[in-house]
Ligand binder design. Structure first.
Ligand SMILES: NC(=O)c1ccc[n+]([C@@H]2O[C@H](COP(=O)([O-])OP(=O)(O)OC[C@H]3O[C@@H](n4cnc5c(N)ncnc54)[C@H](OP(=O)(O)O)[C@@H]3O)[C@@H](O)[C@H]2O)c1
Ligand SMILES: *[C@@H]1O[C@H](CO)[C@@H](O)[C@H](O)[C@H]1NC(C)=O
Ligand SMILES: *[C@@H]1O[C@H](CO)[C@@H](O)[C@H](O)[C@H]1NC(C)=O
Length: 329
């Protein structure tokens, strides 16, 4: 009696919800996949850089890109884990066009001097970059944890390192635009999920807390794409929110309780996007974006620049100046 009540009151709605989710997400996924197949560049061999492409959402996007270009694209995975990168690259369709390759480039995104050096070298070596995608991230319940450069590690990978990497690479992205090719930059973090920021304490040196960091980094990213778009017309700057994705974010955490939470992660997997599905949706966001600033959701659809936006002209000016200083150690 009790059991049947439990079944009907909890499991049946839950199961129908899961089926419903799968049902509603199926057409969107196949539509994204079809769109991507059609809209990867065909008239030239594109170059794409995936910072954070060694795992999770970045990996999913790089794999989708490699599939749709049938390997005929220069693809660079940037991160720390060479072995993971090599395994992912081994799964890509092989390029057949001459001189085209898939490679790994090592870069620790927490250190700005490293970001400047690696991105600077890439920019000097690669004259045209069509797609620059940044997804590096960490999940931790640690408080503020500064690098030798005085930047909190989490803010460094979620914002400062991304900003500096973009800034260094922009001459190559501009060159792609000048050649009439795709010229797009995308940061995947949490568009539309930010909160108010303290302009007197950018970087949270005085007021660091987990909630503060969790709502400041998305707002910094919102402002980042809007400001870059204003300064570099013709180029697309996208800030995406991936929703819940079944990645290795928990496993990679340095917080014990979060690492253990990965054992119950499979329970939630019906509610999470797979890496493959998220890769298609986020690639769709990238390929679909027009010039200027764009914010997108888990499906890759445009959510506009107004909703939950906590920037302003003053915030743009001050954050730009602050970031330039903080990332020029
Ligand atoms: N998964 C979700 O449900 C979800 C939801 C909302 C937002 N997000 C955001 O989406 C982004 C991607 O998350 P994910 O789930 O794909 O995570 P993931 O599977 O753990 O991948 C994280 C990536 O970041 C790279 N990374 C971490 N620290 C780095 C460092 N110091 N230097 C260079 N690269 C570094 C890792 O590369 P190496 O190991 O090679 O260094 C890896 O490629 C994150 O910013 C996350 O906050 C995720
Ligand atoms: C890749 O490019 C080469 C050289 O341009 C071409 O011959 C080949 O057909 C292309 N392969 C695919 C799968 O598009
Ligand atoms: C800070 O981060 C470093 C590198 O991830 C780690 O080794 C160290 O334990 C962290 N310190 C604290 C206090 O969390």
């Amino acid at each position: 009696m009790r059991l049947s009540l439990l079944l009907t009151s909890i499991f049946v709605p839950l199961l129908s919800f899961i089926f419903y989710l799968n049902f509603v997400s199926m057409p969107a996924l196949s539509a994204a996949r079809a769109f991507n197949a059609l809209h990867v560049p065909k008239s030239y061999i594109p170059t794409a850089i995936f910072v954070g492409g060694t795992s999770g959402i970045g990996q999913g996007m790089a794999e989708a890109f490699a599939r749709h270009t049938q390997g005929n694209a220069s693809i660079i995975l940037v991160g720390r884990n060479r072995k993971a990168a090599e395994e992912i690259i081994a799964g890509f369709p092989k390029p057949t066009a001459p001189g085209v390759k898939h490679e790994f480039v090592e870069c620790d995104m927490t250190l700005m001097k490293t970001v400047r050096r690696v991105a600077g070298e890439l920019q000097a070596r690669i004259p045209r970059v069509n797609f620059l995608v940044l997804t590096p991230g960490i999940l931790t319940l640690d408080g503020r944890n500064e690098t030798e450069e005085g930047i909190d590690r989490k803010l460094a990978v979620h914002y400062y390192g991304r900003w500096r990497f973009i800034k260094e690479m922009l001459p190559s992205v501009e060159a792609a635009h000048a050649a009439g090719e795709d010229a797009k930059v995308m940061s995947v973090l949490a568009a539309g999920q930010g909160g108010a920021i303290d302009l007197e304490d950018l970087g949270l040196k005085k007021s660091f807390s987990l909630p503060n960091a969790a709502h400041s980094a998305p707002t910094y990213n919102d402002i980042m794409v809007i400001d870059f778009a204003a300064r570099y017309p013709g180029i697309s700057f996208i800030h995406g929110f991936p929703g819940g994705v079944n990645t290795g974010l928990l496993k990679a955490s340095n917080t014990g309780s979060l690492r253990y939470a990965r054992f119950i992660q499979p329970l939630f997997s019906p509610f999470l996007y797979s890496v493959e599905a998220s890769g298609e949706h986020q690639l769709y966001a990238l390929l679909n974006a027009g010039p200027g600033a764009v914010r997108t959701n888990a499906k890759g659809d445009d959510i506009g620049l107004q909703k939950n936006y906590y920037g302003s002209a003053e915030a743009m000016e001050r954050l730009w100046k602050h970031t330039e200083e903080e990332t020029t150690h």
